[in-house]
Design a protein around this ligand. Structure first.
Ligand code: IPM
Ligand code: MG
Length: 369
């Protein structure tokens, strides 16, 4: 059988730097575990715009559709701020999500023991935190029609976006949240604004329907998203899996990310429905952005991107034990006090560059076999 295939889209800013460290880990698996991937690379975001005049070329889109998993670095940067909306770097990412139909976005927020002091919250509130936000990723206000900026009757203009969710869009993401919960703490909290939005009322009804008919063994609660944001910073450990729509999920996942101390630590997986081979279409990316201010300085933290590859091992390649091996290697280097610039906090620690961090994680992997 052919080796499983991975398409790397490193993108902009710190994307290429952190992705180089992931390459070291991929190479390690080939050399030390005989787990070989067929890796190809292409352009996305501003990097693609510079070459093709669009943030994602059709050929790249076609490649993404044909591989087993896509690994993406980051997109965007000040150089591209003034571009037309339709060719902005972010549109490349949104096209991938939409055309690959990656409706379920898994954003774990885990607080590593060695970093509990780095959170902006008190240590006992975040130590040991392990929650999973499941964000709907292909619907809602990000894609709803009508949308646009139009002339208004009073001579001004009107900007319009539409929040729109169908039964099936809600049910499928709810199922993926319940499935995850069964393998974790068996609790799901669904967040919407059913008090002011009809789409929120439907969301609550459909999540409840899936629960009653298919997952009654899982504990389900509902919260308005604003109260949910408040609870996330008040006592985040009350949550196990949170399921929410595209826009609320965007906001709540940044909040949850910061609980853990640094955005530089958090991976994500965006999954579609399982295909003929049983594997879902999948894209893995760090939650952090392109951080143009530190690009090229060796300050970027490669851990989020490396942990995103670990998620690929778990969710695309059924290599959960190998994913755990990577996660433990990361824990080890953090416990040893290695710190990229974003992690230089209260406890001092040993400052390391992007590539030194990657090397240290590879060494910790060596020690694990
Ligand atoms: C995210 C980002 C994206 C989003 C941007 C870059 C389009 O904020 O993945 O959370 O809004 O979804
Ligand atoms: Mg976001």
């Amino acid at each position: 059988m052919a080796n499983p295939s991975i398409l790397i889209l490193a993108g902009d800013g710190i994307g290429p730097e952190v992705m180089s460290e992931v390459r070291k880990i991929i190479d390690w698996f080939a050399a030390k575990r005989q787990i070989k991937f067929n890796v190809s690379e292409d352009l996305v975001g501003g990097a693609a715009y510079d070459v093709h005049g669009v943030p994602l070329a059709d050929e790249t889109m076609a490649k993404a559709m044909s591989v087993d998993a896509v690994l993406l670095g980051a997109v965007g940067g000040p150089k591209y701020d003034k571009l037309d909306f339709a060719v902005k770097p972010e549109r490349g990412l949104l096209r991938l999500r939409k055309e690959m139909d990656l409706f379920s976005n898994l954003r774990p927020a885990q607080c590593f023991g060695a970093l509990a002091d780095f959170s902006s919250l008190k240590k006992d509130i975040v130590a040991g935190l392990d929650i999973m936000i499941v964000r709907e990723l292909t619907g809602g206000i990000y894609f709803g029609e009508p949308r646009g900026i139009f002339p208004d009757n009073d001579g001004g203009r009107v900007g319009i976006n539409t929040q729109r969710y169908t039964t099936e869009e809600i049910r499928r993401v709810a199922r993926s949240a319940f499935e995850l919960a069964r393998r974790r703490g068996n609790k799901v909290c669904s967040m919407e604004k059913a008090n002011v939005m009809e789409s929120g009322i439907l969301w609550r009804e459909e999540v409840t329907w899936v629960h009653e008919n298919e997952y009654a063994d899982v504990e389900l609660s509902h919260m308005y998203a604003d109260a949910g944001a408040m609870q996330l910073v008040r006592w985040p450990k009350q949550f196990d899996v949170i399921v929410t729509d595209n826009l609320f999920g965007d906001i709540l996942s940044d909040t949850a990310a910061m609980l853990t101390g640094s955005l530089g630590m958090l991976p994500s997986a965006s999954l579609g429905a399982p295909g003929k081979n049983g594997r879902p279409k999948a894209l893995y990316e760090p939650v952090h952005g392109s951080a143009p201010d530190i690009a090229g300085t060796g300050k970027a933290n490669p851990i989020a991107c490396i942990l995103s590859f670990a998620m690929a091992l778990r969710y695309s390649f059924d290599l959960g034990d190998e994913a755990t091996r990577v996660e433990q290697a990361v824990e080890k280097v953090l416990a040893d006090g290695l710190r990229t610039a974003d992690l230089m906090g209260p406890d001092g620690g040993k400052p390391v560059s992007t590539s030194e961090m990657g090397n240290a994680i590879r060494q910790a992997l060596d020690a694990s076999v």
